[in-house]
Design a protein around this ligand. Sequence first.
Ligand SMILES: [Ca+2]
Ligand SMILES: [Ca+2]
Length: 155
Amino acid sequence: MASARSAVRPAVSIAATALAAVATASVVVPAPAAAAPTSGAAVTGYAGGSTNDVPHVIAEPPEVLVPEGSSRSFTVRLSHPPSGMVSVNMRLSGTGVWASHPMLLTFNPYDWSTPKSYPLFSMPDADAVDDVLVVTLDVPGYLPSTVTVRQIDDD
Ligand SMILES: [Ca+2]
Ligand SMILES: [Ca+2]
């Protein structure tokens, strides 16, 4: 492991601000999940008319590779229609400096099945570590989904 360089780039503080904005915008309601997800809810086999399926958030793809200094997106939709408008509570954990526009994903009884794109930008950093960000997407009454975002470091 090479020791980290001491130089701090101005871009880092900008990114930190942007990330903070994302986190702030994402806080909606602390959603206590009704039940723990047994496993990654597979969409395979989902039949539109079935009411036996447990409602869950669908985030695709489950893993996103983002070259340092670039942005990539994942999409979010719901398996079942909500009774009214719902907001996606997004929680971020992991390492690295990521940025995005502060935006709140919402779904209503008419657009719940339409994938909505959420872009994430991997800010250039001074290290050579492939940082990993785990995004948890929560909607009250739905099983949450996660997306693993992996930075492809260029240092
Ligand atoms: Ca780097
Ligand atoms: Ca890095």
